[in-house]
Each structure stands twice: as structure tokens, then as C-alpha cells.
Design a protein around this ligand. Sequence first.
Ligand SMILES: [Ca+2]
Ligand SMILES: [Ca+2]
Ligand SMILES: [Ca+2]
Length: 498
Amino acid sequence: MSTSSREHLRISKKRDDVDSVPYKPCVFFDFTRYYKKLGAKTVKIKIKILAILAVLLLLGGCSAVGGEDGILLRPPRPASGDLDDIQRLLTQEAGSEITYKYPKKGDYRYAVIPYDLDSDGNKENVVFYQLKSKADGIRVAIFKKEGGKWHKAAETAGLFDDVDRIIFYDFDGNGVSEILIGWAGYLDNANILTAYRFVDGHLAEIPILPSDGETSYSTSLTYAELALCDIDKDKKGKELISVELNTVLGKAKARQWEMTDSGTGSYFKSIDSVNINGDFKSFKSSEMADYDNAKQALFLTAQKNDGMLCTKMIGHDSINGGLVSLLEGDYSSRFSARDIEGDGTIKIPYESLLPCYKSNDNSENPLYLTTWSRYDHAAQNSLSPIFMAVHNRIDGYYLKLNKEWVYIITAKYDPASKIMSFYKVNPTSGSSAQFGDELFRLRSCKPSQLKDVESQGYHKLAENNQRVYCASIGSEESSALNINYETLQENFKLMVNS
Ligand SMILES: [Ca+2]
Ligand SMILES: [Ca+2]
Ligand SMILES: [Ca+2]
């Protein structure tokens, strides 16, 4: 049996028990065609290395996350009494041990998620779980409290074994949130989104028109990355943007979705799409953020086939409307774009080898010069460099390079001693540059080692909970380059997330 046939059966089997009783199906909606379409799709299945064993109820870690208006908040947790009731009901009925599952991304990273799904003023609880026997795939159940007692109002089978994310949002403005669930595919690039509404105590699927010009409905949408953001900046509502990736060709496309009513039922349809230039292996993350004078764009972090990351930007065309791909160039780095300076704007990195390293030289671990830039819309959609730095990813710091140091100094790193040594570059005619005299060293050590390290001529530059960071300046040539403890301290920065 071919992979696609197996997938066909797998998906068909799982979708038989969709709780669709109260849903008035759209007249165009044809499940048979949907199954055929899915079967025809080449969904690459690879055995996934053990899915992360779901943590016990409520242990799904969730740091502060972006709320509806970008305010940092934590999603609510159910009261412990409610949790006990729900857990008891679920295990009683399943008749077997269960593993709770929690969304890996998004605003709700709990296995049990309270949310008022039908806008009646009381929160239901959405629960993701899987039988420990793995006899069946992942399931999602909705628990509703009526007459002071919880009961399972609805349940449906999911796809695959994990949840990528869950989104609650009132897309059609009727005062009731729709429920979007992204099921985590076995490959990064092939997550599948299904959409539901919870009406009259039942869960009903919302059809999706899968792409431009399609006339037959599906119940799912394949995506590599997903974002809910106010891309058109109208402050009236958020738009759903999906990024789809053709893994064979490495080509990607961003697509905007809208919920609309055909008169016979609501559905999601694609209203615009834009190609994202480049050759991609996967998409890692997306983040709506400011650039240039408070303009906003969706920053996408993609991974290329060589393993390097690159940043892509999707914005909104304020003159003609629709999505635009803003950053066309190929800017590669081992880092994703981030607010590295903590000033509220995202910087985009790209890297080149430090002097004295050759790209084909595998005899030593090469070090890179990272240029952190801002997106410059006026300069033909290109990047304007803000600063250049040498990063030490292992020890979690970077040294900004003053302009007069760039291309004049280079570095080597010894992971055993945690010493990064900086050298003057000796330009040689007719061949590549050579490491010249050593100028200074940076070194990280444990706080308990500081005295010993200081006795070796090091001065403390910075410290955090675990490590102390020091410098030692050893060459007279350093002063000619304005390298002293003051400038090093000023230029030395700890990475918050490397
Ligand atoms: Ca409710
Ligand atoms: Ca709605
Ligand atoms: Ca909007």
C-alpha cells in the first residue's frame, strides 16, 4: 500500500466520528470528494521520533504570551475542582489510561483550556488527549457545565499525534468565537488546520475552500506556519495568514483567509496570496512586529536546505490592498530576527565569515561576522545595517565591533578554556588574510573561578546568575585601535536567547 493510500485510510477512519449533528452542511460540501482529495495529496509521513510525552495535566509550560491586544497575559487555568471532575469523567469513559496533550505553540499551551465557546457567559473546557495504548490518535473533547455538573458535550478525532496550536477568534463577527485547531504534522511543514464552531452543545466543522479558484470544499488546510494578526492595520480585526510550503520545490506562499457566508453556511476562503522568494526547508516561527516608523509586518523565520535561517517579511499593500512580500533578498544567519537590543524593533541578522576563514575550510570551526540590520522600505526593500558583532553562541554573548575594527580584527574560540581570542588581520598580497598579533581575549568562567581568572590579568565585564565574563588586553596595538576595558565593556552584550 502506498504512503498516500495509508494516509487516506488513516484520515478517513479518524474523521468518521466527527460530531457534526447540528451543523447545517453547506450545499457544496462533499465529504467524499474531500477524502479523495486528501488521499491524492502526497502527505509525506515519517515515523516521528517519540512525540514529547505529554506532561501531566497543567504542567504544559506556558510563558507569558501575547494576548488579544498584544498585552502579556497567561491563559486562564481551570479551577482544580473542575479539573478533577473533568479528569475523572474522561478516564471513566476512555476505560484506559490517557495521555494529555497540549498545544506546542500559540497562546494556549495547556491540555485543558477554559474558554467560553458559545458565548453564554460560562467557560467550557477544551481537552486534548490520547489513549496511552495509542490505539487511536489524538482527540479533542469539549466539557460543558450544566446544572452544576460537568459533562462531555462533544468530542472529535484529531489528526496525527500532537497539537500545534489552538486559536479562538470571532472571524465572522457574530459574537461567538470560532475554534481553529492546528494538528502538528510529522514534518514541520505539513501541519493541518481544521475549523469548528461550538453550537447547541455540539462541535461542527467549518468548511474551507483550500486555495484560489477552488470550488470544492475541504475540512482542512495544510500549513507550515500560521499567524493571526492585524496585517492590514485597520485595527478592526485580525486576519488569518497561513504559510504553505511545497517541500519538493522548496517554494513558499503566504495566504490570507476570510470567513464568509455563502447564504447556505459559513466557510473560510482564501482571499489573497503572495509568493515568498527563496528556497526553504521549513518555517520555524512568525511574529508580527514593528519596523521603520511603527509600520508593521509579519516576520517569518525560515530554515534553508543548508540549515541556515533566513528572515522573510509579509506586509500589507496600503495602496493597492492585499499581501506583499517585503524582503526579497537572501539574508542567512544562524540566528532568527529579534529585538536584540530591547528597543522594541526587530533587527534582521545576516552573516559572513570573519577574516582569515575560508568557506571550504572545515579544519577549524569558523567564526562569523553578524550584521544586525533594520528593514528599510525606502531603500528598495533592502536592509540598513545597524551594527556588526561577533557572537559566541556557546557562552551566550556577543561583542559589537566598532566601525574601525570591522575587517581589521578576527577571532578564534577555544570551547575547552572558554576563551575567545581576537587577532589583528594581516593582509597579505596574493593570498588570503592571515591571523596577526593577538589583541585581547574574552573569557567566561564560574563565579567561583573569578579570583583565579583575575590573577591571570582578566577584568570583569559582566555577569549573570551562572557566569562571569571577563576580558584581558595584551597587546600595545590594542590602544591604537581604541580597544580598552571601557570600550570592551560598552560593546560586550549578553544574549537573552541564543
Ligand atoms: Ca459557554
Ligand atoms: Ca463567529
Ligand atoms: Ca485587520
